[in-house]
Design a protein around this ligand. Structure first.
Ligand code: ADP
Ligand code: MG
Length: 240
């Protein structure tokens, strides 16, 4: 069984229902997007899927295996990589050193030595057009470049599913364009995506399928055109 299955997932934080009985499947071949107003539960859903918080109830399966009790590290090894809304990088390391940390974490020592990892890291930096910064300290990169570095780092895990949290937030339009192209490139190479964003126009051109959350509930699921015309979605967005 391929893809990701989320079933009856609930998560609350001291009385706040951050996720209220969420179920959906992400099939292979999708650029799946999760949208919704601020505080609707998007990041919480990515945190649940990547093992950062334990679920209150529910089940999550990836490629047929239950992962809801797995640690973030095990989930990364299972093939799910993610980026964060605020880039999580090591500011005092160079861009290249930032790449090697996740590379070492998941490598098979029989097939990947340090040289192989460095080569792969450079290829990913080049793919995202930030190889010119390989030896710069991550702290010196712009917000957009840090987002690209996080993206490149996630590729070190050789993921089959990537979870991107607000990858377009506060980023120059030219970099947004580059990220969109790279997501499409990677999709054509077999990587699936869940892209979380409140940037509706960008999501409308990128996603093949969209799920809308509001107050922790799933209020719509469909193609960009279906979601665009959904009265509940319009209300959720205008109501905040
Ligand atoms: P979004 O990413 O859609 O903006 P979040 O998933 O970050 O929303 O948050 C959903 C709700 O859960 C919000 O009410 C938020 O305050 C709450 N929440 C998220 N994470 C925590 C946490 N670690 N502790 C307490 N409340 C949290
Ligand atoms: Mg968020």
């Amino acid at each position: 069984m391929s893809g990701l299955q989320i079933k009856n997932v609930r998560m609350h934080f001291s009385g706040v229902r951050a996720l209220d009985d969420i179920s959906f499947n992400v099939n292979e071949g999708e650029i799946f997007s999760l949208i919704g107003p601020n505080g609707s539960g998007k990041t919480t859903l990515l945190n649940a899927t990547s093992g950062i918080y334990p679920l209150n109830t529910g089940a999550i399966k990836f490629e047929g295996r239950s992962i809801e009790k797995s640690s973030p590290h095990e989930i990364a090894r299972a093939g799910i990589a993610r980026t964060f809304q605020i880039a999580r990088i090591f500011p005092r390391m160079t861009a290249l050193e930032n790449m090697l940390a996740p590379g070492f974490a998941v490598r098979d020592p029989n097939t990947e030595d340090r040289t192989t990892l460095i080569r792969r890291a450079k290829e990913h930096l080049e793919f995202l057009d930030i190889d010119g910064f390989a030896h710069e300290q991550a702290a010196d990169l712009s917000g957009g470049q840090r987002m690209l570095l996080q993206f490149a780092r996630a590729l070190m895990l050789k993921p089959r599913l990537m979870l991107l949290d607000e990858p377009f937030g506060g980023i120059h339009p030219l970099l947004v364009e580059r990220i969109l192209q790279r997501i499409n490139d990677l999709r054509s190479r077999g990587i699936d995506f869940i892209v979380v964003s409140h940037d509706l126009p960008t999501i409308m051109v990128l996603a093949t399928r969209i799920i809308v959350l509001a107050n922790g509930r799933l209020i719509a699921d469909g193609t960009p055109n279906e979601v665009r015309e959904d009265p509940g979605v319009i209300e959720a967005y205008l109501g905040v």
